[in-house]
Design a protein around this ligand. Structure first.
Ligand SMILES: Nc1ncnc2c1ncn2[C@@H]1O[C@H](COP(=O)(O)OP(=O)(O)OP(=O)(O)O)[C@@H](O)[C@H]1O
Length: 287
């Protein structure tokens, strides 16, 4: 396997160990036209980031024949937060949902750790690739029942201590253990939904506007948890957000989707340098 170094090739064996922890990300066009996130360490050494999810030639056409996703090619690096932004209707949710087969992508278009996700049992895929939506939906029963749900399906009973640990991971204290969904604010319910997802020990989290229904403090809680999960658990996170500011606060790399096309992938602090006219218009309208 080869990675690029200043666009010449070096072998993976030459990789500095520090490269496993990206210090910064750069974006480049790969040989087959796909966009690559490239790591750079403090010595300026470049290499293609370790990829968690590869998307190759992903198309989606509506029942009426309209193109929703148009030959999407992107590498999602392992252990980073990738933000997906774009105008309403540009295909962000559709893209996100393909990654855990909430719709069935064509074979050989979405790969996780190099394997076609269509060849993986769909329930085990969804355990590895958890998803949170704009509005959390909790099951009947207590918060603890909700958190225990996923492992129970696999025949594993989480101890009280396991549940407390998951509550802590989602920034909830132990007083929530026996509460029912109806007693929670939307922000608290979103964190319970997160704890329930984390109980499945996911490797990837897909977040579809997870804070758009939340107040600023709940939003900050969720953002803090995301950054902590990336740092401590090395979880790869893909977040769709309408908030450019949110993406700039938490994402390592941002992907701009316009009319089903990925038109830019860049570091969030480079967004204002985008050359794409639609991108600039979108950015102006969003700020
Ligand atoms: N199952 C479907 N059948 C037909 N059209 C669909 C389907 N799912 C999505 N679409 C259409 O595809 C386009 C992209 O939708 P999608 O929800 O992915 O966009 P989005 O960028 O997430 O939008 P928003 O920011 O408003 O949530 C829209 O025009 C939508 O109407």
């Amino acid at each position: 396997m080869e990675i690029s170094q200043s666009w010449s090739k070096i072998s993976l064996d030459d990789r500095s160990p520090q490269l496993n922890t990206p210090h910064s990300l750069e974006i480049s066009q790969g040989e087959r036209g796909h966009l690559l996130a490239v790591e750079m360490n403090e010595n300026g050494f470049k290499g293609e980031a370790d990829t968690k999810i590869q998307v190759r030639g992903l198309n989606k056409v509506s029942d009426k024949g309209d193109s929703i996703l148009n030959n999407v090619n992107v590498d999602i690096p392992r252990g980073v937060i990738m933000g997906i932004i774009g105008p309403s209707g540009s295909g962000k949710s559709t893209f996100l949902r393909a990654l855990n087969r909430l719709w069935e992508p064509p074979k050989n278009t979405v790969f996780m750790d190099g394997d076609d996700i269509c060849g993986v049992d769909v329930l085990s895929l969804r355990r590895k690739v958890g998803m949170l939506f704009q509005l959390p939906v909790l099951f009947e029963g207590t918060v603890a029942d909700n958190i225990r749900y996923g492992p129970k399906l696999k025949g594993k009973k989480l101890s009280d201590n396991d549940v407390y640990k998951l509550l802590t991971l989602a920034d909830l204290d132990s007083s929530f253990f026996n509460k029912s969904g109806g007693e929670l604010s939307v922000g608290q319910a979103q964190r319970v939904a997160l704890a329930r997802t984390l109980a499945n020990e996911p490797e990837v989290l897909l977040l579809d506007e997870p804070t758009s229904a939340l107040d600023p403090i709940s939003t900050q809680n969720i953002e803090d948890v995301m950054v902590k999960l990336k740092k401590d658990q090395k979880i790869t996170i893909v977040i769709v957000s309408h908030s450019i500011k949110q993406i700039q606060r938490i994402a390592d790399v941002v992907c701009l989707l316009v009319d089903g096309d990925i038109v830019e992938i860049m570091k969030p602090d480079q967004l204002s340098e985008s050359k794409h006219p639609m991108a600039l218009r979108f950015l102006q309208l969003s700020s």
